[in-house]
Design a protein around this ligand. Structure first.
Ligand code: FE2
Length: 358
């Protein structure tokens, strides 16, 4: 199976994993044959792609960062908490413990796959929904925390902070949040209030036992190491480590997601942006960890090599994210019998020059 962008899914392709709705419900089951109207519906709903079976990738074993079940469960927990807060009601003890349990489950699933380069390609289930964004940012943050050797308790607190990082957006006019264009300075000033509003809410209504690091992660996630961020224009190590981690995860997910007024960019381009902003926007060490742990060309991506060959990325190796194992299927525009090329071990004269959508 492989993950195929929506615009490249062929009618009659067979779904290899179910497609979920915004609240985690199953919209299309695994095994369903895709029809044109299903693909159009995906477009309407903002679903960027799906897993399908094809000959090229039939034996591929994709290790998703998060199981479908847990992803759906996490989205449900977040959406029910956020809608309760929207109605002005405080969260109950049961709801906050459910969210904490979700944070623990996410950490444990990621810990179970320790040592494997996680595939983050299919994290993008929906582009413009805050709930999915929160889950994506949580997974990316935990992967970063793991790369920094955090113990489990610290990872769980980090996951909790990441799940809640944008809770303050509930208090910002949704018409501004969902505007299909870049914001005016006035609108942006309103959006910039959300870390403080989120912090105030969590501080007032969360259990006494909540670690202060969680609160600070929520407050600091838009601060930048050069002091250009908000709400407090803190710089360097004055920004808590949770804030510095969530900042990288948040920007990466935003860059790779479609927005109503622009298309999401490829992982490799988002990574270049993040690396370029090391030491100005982002913490240098965290950017380094990110470059080591997050694949530039996630398994399932089609890539073009410098000699004109096109292939499917099968596997990534930690620390060697520019040199994955690739299955070549086209040379000079002509289909060839598949063969494998491990760029981490051979053909150092070749480089990957672009990602190909197909
Ligand atoms: Fe935010």
């Amino acid at each position: 199976m492989r993950y195929v962008p929506r615009n490249c899914i062929q009618p009659n392709a067979v779904l290899a994993k179910p497609i979920h709705g915004v609240n985690g419900e199953v919209l299309l089951q695994e095994g369903v044959k895709m029809r044109i109207n299903y693909i159009r519906r995906m477009e309407k709903l903002g679903i960027p792609g799906a897993y399908v079976h094809d000959a090229l990738s039939e034996d591929m074993d994709i290790v998703s960062a998060l199981s479908n079940e847990l992803k759906a469960h996490a989205v449900k927990s977040i959406s029910s908490c956020f809608s309760k807060i929207e109605q002005g009601k405080p969260l109950t003890q049961a709801e906050t413990s459910n969210l904490m349990m979700t944070a623990e489950q996410i950490v444990d699933e990621i810990l179970d796959q320790r040592g494997v380069m996680l595939n983050l390609l299919d994290l993008k289930v929906y582009d413009s929904y805050t709930y999915y964004h929160c889950v994506n940012v949580t997974v990316l943050s935990v992967v970063l925390g793991l790369g920094m050797d955090f113990p489990r308790t610290k990872l769980v607190n980090l996951a909790y902070a990441a799940l809640l990082h944008d809770v303050g957006k509930v208090f910002v006019d949704p018409r501004i949040i969902n505007l299909p264009r870049p914001l005016t300075p006035d609108e942006y000033a309103k959006v910039k209030l959300h870390p403080r509003l989120g912090y105030d809410y969590v501080k007032t209504y969360s259990p006494m036992s909540m670690s202060r690091t969680v609160l600070m992660g929520v407050l600091d996630h838009h601060e930048r190491v050069d002091g250009s961020g908000y709400p407090s224009a803190k710089a360097g190590s004055k920004i808590t480590v949770f804030g510095r981690i969530i900042a990288v995860a948040d920007v990466y997910d935003a860059l790779t997601s479609d927005r109503p007024y622009r298309k999401g960019i490829f992982a490799v381009d988002a990574m270049e942006y993040i690396q370029g902003a090391a030491n100005t926007q982002f913490d240098f060490n965290i950017v380094n960890t990110f470059s080591r742990k997050v694949a530039l060309f996630p398994a399932g991506t089609c890539v073009m090599l410098s000699n004109g060959s096109v292939g499917l990325v099968l596997e990534n190796f930690e620390g060697l994210t520019q040199r994955p194992l690739v299955r070549i299927f086209e040379e000079d525009g002509v289909a060839v019998d598949f063969y494998e090329l491990d760029l981490s071990k051979e053909r150092f004269d070749l480089t990957i020059i672009s990602t190909v959508e197909m």
